[in-house]
Design a protein around this ligand. Structure first.
Ligand code: NAG
Ligand code: NAG
Ligand code: NAG
Ligand code: NAG
Ligand code: NAG
Length: 463
């Protein structure tokens, strides 16, 4: 017992050292730690920590960096590749575990030959090559992003989906003026929304889902000229702001956070562009805005597992492109408008676990529907005992606490080629600022968004 608690004590010190004293050069804290002769750390580990303390520093924003020195004998094709070398060497030092050895050949001045790093002619000077893309998807790498990555000023793609990166996004990312796709999904990033992404003028695809970001979403996110926002499976807690409707995205996925309040009526302003909206498993309450009927191009709308109340507005029947509609597990009541079930493209209308009292016959002819656990006379599997009238007896459970496991997350590829089985073997060509097709995310060979079910693992592709 004693041994265990001692070990625990030293482990705590180790952690404290790592997260509190890094970057401070206080010698007293150093002694406190190193004076203990064993403490469960091997000499090699102690040397490693000491070494790292010498290397770490923090930039003017407090972001972590590494102290890379460039061997004067190295020859670089151009100064930007030299900067890329510094950035990538710093990153390599900030990586604690690389089980697939993806960064193993990140050695020497020829950074364009580094695995998972892609070079292209510079946009402003086609006579030189620069680093235009990094794709470490599915690397299972543990580490953090050092501020030196801000040196990769020509970067258009940054994909590190499905790794174990922690910490946050360095503020020096603001220098990545050409960054077009940022995919940080399925990592261990935490803390506040990475506001630096709001200052990336070329950014179109923002994917930070399956992390541990928390707190509010800055309103400005919705004023930004993005094509896709994936922020699902984090810990954001927020009322959606009224300027939501300013967003020109074709896809927005907010699922599995703790958004609450109303769905803003301004959603209706997104009719020109909006194709898919996933708001499931948050805490949205009442207010199913009638303006939603203006969304003529919307094909997927999932508002399941919220706390929506009242009737479905007749106007929902205006969403002429709607194919998948899910409002299951809410507190909706009243009669289902026939206009909804008459929508020409509707394939699947799921409204189980509500308190609906009327269902027009046309709903029973849909290719897919689920009306279980409502208050529908003469339909099977309704709530029992069927109450003669509303209000609902008790709210259905809201499933914040038990989200499905976040992995395995299917690969995300905004451009068509399917994912290579081994990271980096078949890299996507880095694409600079080429204008995105209208709704690139769900087109092509990607799996269709059907059968959305959060109740059962594995998680579906895009949520
Ligand atoms: C980097 O290391 C050099 C010598 O090793 C040192 O002089 C310099 O101050 C360090 N820079 C930072 C930012 O820590
Ligand atoms: C990692 O890759 C480098 C270069 O490709 C190679 O030299 C090294 O032996 C590899 N390490 C392991 C553990 O496979
Ligand atoms: C956006 O929607 C709101 C609420 O429906 C409306 O008052 C506003 O005029 C709309 N703005 C634009 C620019 O269409
Ligand atoms: C929206 O739908 C209309 C007609 O259904 C179509 O002509 C238009 O191209 C669509 N817009 C987008 C951005 O998908
Ligand atoms: C309809 O959608 C629900 C929820 O997304 C899903 O569980 C169900 O399997 C789908 N039904 C059909 C027939 O596709």
């Amino acid at each position: 017992m004693k041994k265990i608690s001692k070990l625990h004590f030293h482990f705590s010190l180790f952690i404290i050292f790592f997260f509190v004293f890094i970057g401070s050069s206080s010698s007293s804290s150093e002694e406190e730690i190193y004076d203990s002769s064993n403490g469960g750390l091997t000499d090699a580990e102690v040397r490693y920590i000491r070494h790292r303390q010498l290397l770490y520093y923090r930039d003017e924003f407090g972001d972590r960096g590494e102290n890379v020195s460039v061997d004067p004998s190295l020859v670089f094709e151009n100064p930007r590749l030299k900067n890329a070398y510094i950035a990538l060497q710093a990153w390599k030092q900030a990586i604690f575990s690389d089980p697939s050895n993806l960064t193993g050949n990140w050695v020497g001045s020829d950074v364009c030959s580094y695995k998972c790093v892609f070079c292209s002619p510079a946009l402003d000077d086609p006579t030189i090559r620069t680093v235009a893309g990094i794709d470490l998807n599915h690397g299972d790498i543990a580490g953090y992003l050092p501020e030196e990555l801000g040196l990769l000023v020509d970067l258009a793609l940054f994909h590190i989906n499905s790794n174990r990166f922690c910490g946050t996004v360095p503020r020096k990312f603001v220098k990545l003026k050409l960054l077009f796709e940022l995919d940080l999904s399925n990592n261990r990033f935490a803390g506040k929304f990475p506001e630096v992404v709001l200052r990336l003028p070329s950014l179109k695809f923002l994917d930070i889902r399956f992390n541990e970001f928390e707190g509010k979403i800055p309103k400005e996110l919705f004023d930004k000229d993005l094509d896709a926002i994936f922020i699902n499976h984090n810990r954001f807690a927020f009322d959606l702001p009224d300027n939501l409707g300013n967003s020109p995205v074709s896809v927005i996925v907010l699922a599995n956070n703790k958004f609450h309040g109303c769905v803003p009526a301004s959603l209706g302003n997104m009719s020109e562009t909006l194709n898919e909206v996933i708001l499931m498993n948050n805490g949205f309450r009442s207010c199913f805005p009638a303006e939603i009927g203006l969304l003529k191009n919307l094909t997927v709308l999932d508002m399941s597992f919220n706390e929506l109340m009242g009737p479905l507005p007749e106007e929902v029947g205006g969403m002429v492109s709607l194919e998948q509609f899910n409002v299951a597990h809410n507190m909706l009541s009243g009669k289902i408008p026939a206009s909804i079930c008459s929508l020409p493209n509707l394939d699947n209308f799921t409204f189980s676990y509500n308190f609906f009292t009327g269902e027009p016959p046309v709903c029973l002819n849909l290719p897919g529907f689920n009306d279980r656990r409502n208050c529908l006379p003469a339909r099977p599997a309704q709530r029992s005992p069927p109450p003669p009238s509303l209000p609902p007896p008790s709210p259905p459970p809201v499933h914040y606490e038990s989200p499905p496991p976040p992995s395995p997350l299917p690969p995300i590829h905004y451009h068509s080629p399917p994912p290579p089985p081994v990271p980096c073997e078949n890299p996507p060509p880095p694409v600079y600022g080429s204008p995105p097709p209208p709704a690139p995310v769900y087109e092509g060979p990607l799996p269709p968004v059907v059968g959305i079910s959060y109740a059962s693992p594995p998680p579906p592709p895009f949520y």
